[in-house]
Design a protein around this ligand. Structure first.
Ligand code: RUB
Length: 312
C-alpha cells in the first residue's frame, strides 16, 4: 500500500459492500479487511466538511452487507472508533486505524498459523471444513514444519463448494489433500484416524460458542464423539464484543436456488449458511494472543475491546 496515497487502490464502500453481498469478497477475515480499507479510502478522499457523514453512512452500509461475520462489524468499528475526533483530525485518524486493522489482521494470521503448526504432530491427519484463509495458512504451516509429513481431508462445503478453494490452495502448496463430501466427514474422522479438526471462525461469542459455515457443528459433534480435538483458528477481530450486551449474530439464510436451481413441485428449500457450535464441542480457540479455552472467551473479549463508545 502506498504511504503517500493510502487505500487509493481499495474499492469504495459501495463497491466493497456489493462485492461482499455477491460473495466475490468472502471469508470473514477478508471481509473485515475490505471494510477497513474501504473506510480508509473514504477518509482519504472526502473533504473535511463531509468526511464525518460520509464515513458514518459508509460504515452502516458495510455492516449491513453480510450479517454473520463479526469481523465486518469490528472492521468498521475499530476503524471508525465512534468517529470521536474533531473534523480536521478525523480523516488522518481513520486512515491510521484502517491501516492498523489490516496490518494486525495479517500479522495475526502468520502468528496463529505458527502456533497451530506447533500443535500438530508429525505424521498427523487433519480435517477442515469450508474455506478459511486462516485454517489453510495453519495447514500449510504444519506441512512446512513437518517436511510434508501431514495429510489433510477437506469437506466440499455445499452449496458454495468453498472446499474446492481450500483443496486447490493446499495442493498448490504441496500438501497431501483429499476432498470429501460433507456427509463423509464422520466416516473419515473415524476410519482415517484423524488427529485434529481445524476450522476458521466467522464469530466467536462471549458464551464461548462459534458461528461458522454451515456443517461446522456436525463436524464438531463427530469429532467430540471420537475424542478428536476440535481447534478453531480465530484472530481477535473474530470475537464479538456485542455479545457481551446480549447481541448474537443473525444466521444468514441465502437464496434457496443455491441448493436447488430447478424447483421441484411441492418441495420447500431452506439454505441457512452458518451454524452455531456450542462451547462444549470446542477444544480450543487459537488466537494471536495464545490458545484460549471456550470458558475464557468472555474475559478475553472484555480485555481486548475497550469502551466501544459510539460504535455501530
Ligand atoms: C466462510 C467461512 C469461513 C470463515 C473463516 O464463509 O465460514 O470458515 O469465514 O474464514 P463464506 P477466514 O464463504 O460464506 O464467507 O479464516 O478466511 O476468515
Amino acid at each position: 500500500m502506498s504511504e503517500k496515497r493510502p487505500f487509493a487502490e481499495a474499492p469504495t464502500p459501495e463497491e466493497a459492500a456489493r462485492e461482499i453481498r455477491a460473495m466475490r469478497t468472502r471469508g470473514a477475515a477478508k471481509i473485515g479487511r475490505a471494510a477497513a480499507a474501504a473506510l480508509g479510502r473514504t477518509a482519504a478522499e472526502a473533504d473535511t466538511a463531509v468526511v464525518r457523514s460520509r464515513l458514518e453512512a459508509a460504515g452502516r452500509l458495510l455492516v449491513a452487507a453480510r450479517p454473520t461475520a463479526v469481523s465486518l462489524q469490528n472492521g468498521v468499528n475499530v476503524t471508525l472508533d465512534g468517529l470521536h475526533e474533531a473534523d480536521d483530525a478525523l480523516g488522518p485518524a481513520v486512515i491510521a486505524r484502517a491501516m492498523r486493522y489490516v496490518r494486525d489482521s495479517e500479522a495475526a494470521r502468520v502468528a496463529i498459523a505458527a502456533r497451530v503448526a506447533k500443535e500438530v504432530p508429525k505424521g498427523a491427519t487433519l480435517l477442515t471444513h469450508c474455506h478459511s484463509s486462516l485454517a489453510v495458512a495453519c495447514l500449510v504451516a504444519a506441512h512446512e514444519r513437518h517436511d510434508g509429513d501431514i495429510r489433510v481431508f477437506a469437506d466440499e462445503t455445499r452449496p458454495w463448494w468453498q472446499g474446492h478453494i481450500s483443496t486447490r490452495l493446499l495442493a498448490a502448496a504441496g500438501v497431501d489433500v483429499t476432498l470429501i463430501a460433507d456427509s463423509a466427514a464422520h466416516f473419515i474422522l473415524d476410519s482415517e484416524g484423524v488427529d485434529r479438526v481445524i476450522v476458521g471462525a466467522d464469530t466467536v461469542t462471549a458464551d464461548g460458542a462459534l458461528y461458522n459455515k454451515i456443517g461446522t457443528r456436525s463436524v464438531a459433534l463427530g469429532a467430540m464423539s471420537l475424542d478428536i480435538p476440535f481447534l478453531c483458528a480465530a484472530e481477535s477481530h473474530k470475537f464479538s464484543p456485542y455479545s457481551l450486551d446480549g447481541v448474537f449474530p443473525e444466521v444468514e439464510e441465502r437464496d434457496p436456488r443455491e441448493v436447488l436451481d430447478e424447483p421441484i413441485d411441492g418441495v420447500k428449500v431452506r439454505n441457512p449458511v452458518f451454524d452455531r457450535t456450542p462451547p462444549d464441542l470446542i477444544t480450543r480457540y487459537m488466537t494471536e494472543k495464545g490458545p484460549l479455552e471456550p470458558v475464557r472467551v468472555k474475559a478475553f473479549i472484555q480485555d481486548h475491546f475497550g469502551t466501544r463508545e459510539g460504535w455501530i
